[in-house]
Design a protein. Structure first.
Length: 103
């Protein structure tokens, strides 16, 4: 994330995840909607179901990055813990990163 984007309010930021080979990138807004998908030429050599699997895995990681950032901000500002009960955790993000890394 650039320093310019870090200066934005959290609700206006986006988060990006990519495959280890740099062939698939997905950018997701903090709110969770996908803002963009980028496929490099090497991604197109894979079968469609593998491309889709990589897009979904990237989207999951980017989405969870945003949700974990929201959770951290709420924790930092003293929002009651029961308000973010059930929100994704660092552990959820780590598991999604592991799944993405295994592709």
């Amino acid at each position: 994330m650039s320093s310019e984007e870090e200066a934005l309010p959290l609700a206006e930021r986006s988060f990006t995840a990519s495959t280890a080979d740099g062939a698939v990138f997905v950018r997701v807004a903090t709110a969770g909607h996908v803002l963009g998908v980028q496929l490099e030429p090497e991604a197109m050599t894979r079968p469609g179901h593998e491309i889709a699997e990589r897009i979904v895995a990237c989207a999951d990681v980017a989405y969870l990055q945003g949700q974990v950032a929201v959770r951290a901000e709420w924790e930092k500002t003293g929002v009651a813990a029961e308000c973010f009960e059930g929100m994704p955790t660092e552990g959820d993000l780590a598991a999604a990163r592991q799944r993405l890394g295994n592709l």
